[in-house]
Design a protein around this ligand. Sequence first.
Ligand code: GDP
Ligand code: MG
Length: 177
Amino acid sequence: SREESVNGSVVKIVMLGQAGCGKTSIVMRYIEDTFTPNTCTTIGAAFFLKTALINNKPINIRLWDTSGQERFQSLIPLYYRYAAAALLVFDPSDTLSLSKLKYWQNELENNCEQLPLIVIVANKIDLDFSIEQKSILLKVQNYAKQSQIPFFQTSAKTGESIQNLFRSVLEKVVEEQ
Ligand code: GDP
Ligand code: MG
């Protein structure tokens, strides 16, 4: 259950989203404060540990970075099961990435006994978006607002809002314990 996932100050977080939207880059920026322009495609899933201080209490984060490749998708329920939070990442410059947002939200709603905290992350905001891409971003932002889904705009490249994203998510999860 969600309680179990935060029991003993352990918080499981899963990264979901279309391949190429920047999930691995967000994780690397958060864990190591680095950015590599040419990341390797994640095979299956990768697991990271990090301890963060929230309200002066250590929280052990178990961060699962999944792969967007179809042939690994059947494994993904293992990674979002019992997650306290799911970060749905998308890249406003990739339309495929947008359609995957709804897909993952439905997937979580249909398969989780206890819904994790769902957060939408618009990544790559360092890019010069076209008018069309900006309108997609705005549409998603409005959707998140209407649905009361926390929404963040990040750049794994510059580091913008990455720390803020994880801190906010952890604070919310710990609050609901
Ligand atoms: P994943 O498949 O979702 O894990 O995506 P990756 O983290 O592997 O990133 C895919 C590509 O997008 C890589 O070339 C990254 O360097 C690039 N990328 C990731 N995040 C950003 C970002 O915030 N800004 C820019 N400009 N590129 C990014
Ligand atoms: Mg990856």
